[in-house]
Design a binder for this molecule. Structure first.
Ligand SMILES: [Zn+2]
Length: 175
């Protein structure tokens, strides 16, 4: 399979993590930048692939992004960790300029706002909050919440972190 291409992006070393996708030219808001392609897998397969990718990431986070699985619909997920999926180089950010849009058949990366030539393309990976501590974020954005978590869950994340801090306080007090 030939790697997917887009007139809008080029892949090079990223300041956020590993390689990243950069705007090769100005991208208008709403433009479809590239498809997030991959292997269609069943939910069952998805669980084991998830574990595998998570472990690999833990062993060598510099060379292995975290998890490349997207939920497509009730039956299928997409494993984007395949050599032809150029969109896998797109990094996560807490203030992204693009977003992943699920049409039920395909995952498309779409510009959330107009993007200038040379900007790094990012979207929110939308990870589940349950295992947030496995996915620290170093996107460098002023809005960074410290973890790769779906924006809908940010209020919940803040509550969880506050609770944790309080617990730490009591532990220190009574040691
Ligand atoms: Zn961040």
């Amino acid at each position: 399979m030939q790697p997917t291409t887009s007139p809008y992006i080029e892949v090079r070393r990223s300041r956020i993590h590993g390689n990243g996708a950069y705007a090769k030219k100005d991208i208008p808001r709403g433009a479809i930048i590239i498809e997030y392609s991959g292997r269609k897998i069943t939910k069952e397969e998805s669980d084991s692939v998830y574990e595998e990718q998570r472990e690999r990431h833990e062993r060598d986070a510099e060379n292995n992004g975290a998890v490349y699985i997207f939920e497509l619909n009730k039956t299928w997920d997409i494993d984007g960790n395949v050599p032809w999926n150029t969109a896998r180089y797109i990094n996560h950010s807490c203030s992204p300029n693009a977003e992943a849009v699920n049409t039920g058949r395909r995952i498309l990366i779409q510009a959330k706002r107009s993007i200038r030539k040379g900007e790094e393309i990012t979207y929110n990976y939308g990870y589940d909050i349950d295992s947030y501590e496995d996915h620290p974020c170093r996107c460098g954005s002023p809005r960074c919440v410290g973890y790769i978590v779906d924006e809908d869950d940010w209020p919940k994340l803040r509550r969880m972190q506050k609770k944790k801090k309080r617990r730490g306080f009591w532990k220190r007090l009574f040691r």
